[in-house]
Design a protein around this ligand. Structure first.
Ligand code: GLA
Ligand code: ZN
Length: 672
């Protein structure tokens, strides 16, 4: 259960290294600086296809050989990438079919990156061939700890090859054209298809009048599923190619937080471990950052993940690239660890001199030496990770609460024409997550396929799409004593985005003990309100007009023609309870709701901390590590709830003692 992510005896420390952009004379200096910074792992070969294969029949690994040998001689572990996220120029000239077509129908030329059509057989053939050659060539390098397929799979394509592949994908899925017409409800607006090849890719040339505005959501949702699968196929064929040579080296690709285009829950089944790149915007709350880590941790049911990239200080691609203040890089690095990362890795090792990432920070700055603030902070953190060693590797959080997140549901909600374009699925999930976060209560982000039975509390904000069997899982969860929470705009449709008739929330109606008759979408800024246990809370975005069918009414609307109608209900169902939150409210409401429900079932936070101090815990068979992270922007004090040893300085802390956390400080405490 507590297996390590990869073959490393400490948290990996390092990141993307692009020596191919530099003269060889610089490399020795890089090695010296890496040692100074306690760097032990480099990700190599992320964007080198052009130099590895300068023409169709010529492969040249001489430079990579030198780099691989140099880093091995210097004791560095390697995450070896396959370089297939950007095709070489000659390939475009000879095989223009590899280029993508954008959502607006514009055919791309050579340029940028992440620009190959995933359904081009030519692209696939060359990508697999390169992955195969790399794995064959470097299979005996025992310092390779992982394969990194491509890079941040992303972007979309609507070319003729994709359209054709979409038709094939549909045929496999639906078998008959009648079934296709049924699930897409094509009798609406005379859309009946007679032959598979009449189906077109849904974009601005066909079903769309905006990126998220589709006239046939069923078609658009299926295209999303198809496209995510197409990219996944590209990943999987490279996976197989490297596994053939190196069956024991784990394989990953680097994810990007909640990335709507790819169903990461489906992808994760084909990854040996999860890795991801964390680039929070400067105004992101600590809870929002934590939620991204939780998503990654949840993708493999709690197994630790790898923080593959983060910036040492600034990015180049945000409108304002504010510096990470002193201590913030350390704080955010440990936050990743606190939520399950077994690494701290950066993009990039040395700041490049040309093109769009030349002002993105790096371990080694343009100044070229170690006397920079950023380098000093990196070296100091590196020294700490050496001290921590292997202690926390493989440890896991223990959560009794979960929040459901589902990609199909995400697509369904945000394609929906009505009731409100202001609905953002991730934002609603975040509101519930922030409530758990505020109580330091561990929570797993799970998919509808995960096991519900191990939890005491499950929240499913806007469970709009209830796929086959999901209502049954919820029913038996609540029946068995679970506490289930769902919200407005839930239970409306099946997996084809076809409405479940007989009254909302469809298949959840008996569990929730309510009937939603109407739904009122409030314009931005317009509010209703409700009083719950003496406190008034806001109601905004959507207001369900519902009737109890057995559920206890905990609060009612205060205003408008539906004043007095239920807004918060609790239904006893079997041994458990189902809560329905009919509107969007404010943080204080969610904090109370989540806090009360958890208290009811005896769930408490990891530790009592003042505002702005986060506490998480990671465990293995016999050890517990508590992480205290001060996001408050000023000094905070925490009272120790037990006896601990500070993992970094070795100091003993006794129960009841005051632990001082300076601004941005972190403590990692091992339970004594
Ligand atoms: C991504 C990419 C990297 C680099 C960084 C810059 O995460 O994977 O190649 O472009 O962004 O922030
Ligand atoms: Zn395409």
């Amino acid at each position: 259960m507590y297996e390590k992510v990869w073959n490393h005896n400490k948290m990996a420390y390092g990141g993307d290294y692009n020596p191919e952009q530099w003269d060889e004379s610089v490399w020795a200096e890089d090695m010296r600086l890496f040692k100074l910074a306690h760097i032990d792992t480099v990700t190599l070969n992320v964007f080198s296809w052009a130099s590895l294969q300068p023409s169709e029949d010529v492969y040249d690994f001489s430079k990579l050989d030198k780099i691989m040998n140099m880093v091995r001689e210097n004791g560095l572990k390697v995450v070896l990438a396959t370089s297939t996220a950007h095709h070489p120029a000659w390939m475009v000239k000879k095989y223009p079919e590899i280029l993508r077509t954008e959502f607006n129908g514009m055919r791309r030329k050579f340029g940028g990156r992440h620009n190959s059509c995933p359904n081009s057989e030519v692209y696939r053939k060359f990508a697999v061939r390169l992955a195969d050659k790399l794995a064959d060539r470097y299979k005996d390098y025992d310092n390779i700890i992982a394969w990194h397929i491509s890079n941040e799979y992303g972007g979309e394509c609507y070319c003729d090859l994709c359209e054709k592949a979409f038709q094939g994908w549909l045929k496999d899925k639906y078998q008959t054209i009648d079934e296709l017409n049924r699930v897409w409800n094509t009798s609406f607006w005379g859309h009946t298809f007679y032959e598979w090849d009449e189906v077109v890719a849904p974009n601005m040339l066909s079903e769309h009048f905006g990126y998220e505005q589709s006239m046939f959501q069923g078609i658009s949702i299926d295209y999303k599923r198809f496209y995510s699968d197409s990219m996944l196929d590209c990943y999987r064929i490279e996976y197989d190619a490297v596994k053939k040579h190196t069956p024991d080296i784990p394989v990953t690709t680097n994810f990007m937080e909640f990335y709507k285009i790819l169903d990461y829950q489906k992808w994760s089944e084909y990854m040996d471990f999860i890795s991801w790149d964390s680039y929070p915007s400067v105004d992101a709350s600590a809870g929002k950052m934590a939620l991204n880590h939780e998503l990654m941790r949840g993708l493999k049911q709690g197994k630790p993940f790898i923080l593959m990239e983060q910036t040492p200080s600034v990015t180049n691609w945000q409108p304002y690239n504010e510096l990470k203040r002193p201590g913030v890089m350390r704080l955010w690095s440990y936050q990743a660890v606190a939520h399950g990362s077994d690494s701290v890795m950066f993009f990039q090792m040395r700041r490049s001199i040309g093109a769009c990432e030349k002002y993105h920070s790096a371990v080694i700055d343009h100044a070229g030496h170690e006397n920079t603030r950023v380098f000093r902070e990196i070296a100091a953190l590196g020294a700490e990770l050496d001290i921590i060693g292997d202690k926390t590797l493989g440890t896991r959080e223990k959560a009794e609460c979960a929040i459901i997140f589902d990609w199909d549901n995400w697509w369904g909600i945000e394609y929906s024409a009505g009731p409100s374009r202001l609905m953002r699925y991730r934002d609603e999930v975040e509101r519930y997550y922030e409530a758990f976060f505020a109580h330091n209560i561990p929570v797993d982000i799970i998919s509808v396929k995960d096991d519900f039975s191990k939890y005491k509390v499950i929240c499913a904000p806007i469970l709009y799409m209830v796929k086959e069997g999901v209502d049954e899982k919820i029913r038996s969860f609540v029946n068995g004593g679970g506490k289930f929470v769902t919200t407005f705009f839930s239970g409306y449709v099946d997996e084809h985005d076809l409405v479940t008739i007989g009254g909302y929330p469809g298949k959840l109606r008996d569990i929730m003990g309510i009937w939603v008759e109407e739904i009122d979408a409030l314009p931005e800024g317009k509010k209703n309100s409700f009083v719950w246990e003496g406190t008034t809370y806001n109601s905004e975005l959507l207001c369900d007009l519902l009737h109890s069918e057995g559920a206890e009414v905990l609060a009612t609307y205060e205003e408008d023609f539906y004043a007095g109608m239920p807004v918060l209900t609790k239904n006893s169902f079997g041994k458990g309870h189902a809560y329905y939150v009919a509107t969007r409210s404010d943080a204080a409401f969610y904090k109370k709701l989540v806090g009360d429900i958890c208290e009811d079932v005896g769930i408490t936070g990891v530790m009592n901390t003042p505002d702005g101090v986060e506490a998480t815990a990671r465990y293995n068979e016999d050890k517990k590590f508590v992480f205290l992270l001060n996001h408050a922007g000023e000094t905070r004090e925490v009272t120790a709830d037990d006896n601990y040893v500070d993992l970094i300085n070795g100091h003993k802390i006794t129960v009841g003692e005051k632990i001082i956390l300076e601004k941005t400080d972190v403590k990692i405490l091992e339970k004594a």
